[in-house]
Design a protein around this ligand. Structure first.
Ligand code: DX5
Ligand code: ZN
Length: 220
């Protein structure tokens, strides 16, 4: 069954503890934290101290999405802060293999993230190093953008290719996932559902998490 990972980027930053606790109580599987450095993406967001604060509020695994240049510089800080899953962008490092190995060496789950324009084949030589792949289905930088339709086929091709290569690597999809498209994208191969605005801008965020869980249950 697909896992649900609410992204706190769309939560009220003055009430992050409440946002995390309500997601956990509603059945979320992971807490997704978007880290932006103002270089790799134009926006500037959350750091290790926020991850440490989230760590104190929940027992759920924390899924840290590093949208930063030279992610290797930051991996130890997020590891110490309590991140459980750490994804880095293939576009942001010249040493993808080394960086993924570093994350695994710290005992964390290592993921490679791909921007919408980045081909899946860039992962070919590091498939054995991956615990998950993160497919960006919007150009990273902000929550609340629309899902890019061509990403659906990219997810399907990635799922089929990973299988054909003989690996079992779950696909996380991030950007523009809503209650009305989640089922279709799960059918294409999404196994970890990141949802920011669909959860935290909903009138009832807990109900939105429950509705995504119900879709995941139905589709599995
Ligand atoms: C965008 C971030 C996403 C963001 C998704 O750059 O990586 O995780 O929170 O937000 P929604 O679900 O609103 O597209
Ligand atoms: Zn993200």
């Amino acid at each position: 069954m697909a896992l649900i990972a609410p992204s706190i980027l769309s939560a009220d930053f003055a009430r992050i503890g409440d946002a995390v606790r309500l997601a956990e109580a509603a059945g979320a599987d992971l807490i997704h934290v978007d880290v932006m450095d103002g270089h790799f993406v134009p926006n500037l967001t959350l750091g290790p101290q926020l991850v440490a604060a989230v760590r104190r509020e929940t027992r759920l695994p924390i899924d840290v999405h590093l949208m930063v240049e030279e992610p290797r510089r930051f991996v130890p800080l997020f590891h110490e802060a309590g991140a459980d899953w750490i994804s880095i962008h293939v576009e942001a490092t010249a040493h993808l293999h080394k960086d993924l190995t570093m994350i695994r060496g710290l005992g964390r789950k290592a993921g490679a993230a791909l921007n919408p324009a980045t081909p899946i084949e860039t992962l070919k030589e590091v498939l054995p190093e991956l615990d998950f792949v993160l497919i960006m289905s919007v150009d990273p930088g902000w929550g609340g953008q629309a899902f890019i339709p061509s990403c659906r086929d990219k997810i399907r091709r990635l799922r089929d290719w990973i299988r054909a290569e003989g690996f079992r690597i779950p696909i996380e999809v991030d950007g523009g996932i809503k209650l009305d498209n989640a089922e279709d994208i799960i059918a294409a191969g999404m196994e970890i559902v990141v949802a920011g605005s669909a959860v935290y801008e909903a009138p009832d965020p807990a109900a939105a998490v429950k509705a995504l869980k119900a879709i995941a249950r139905k589709t599995s």
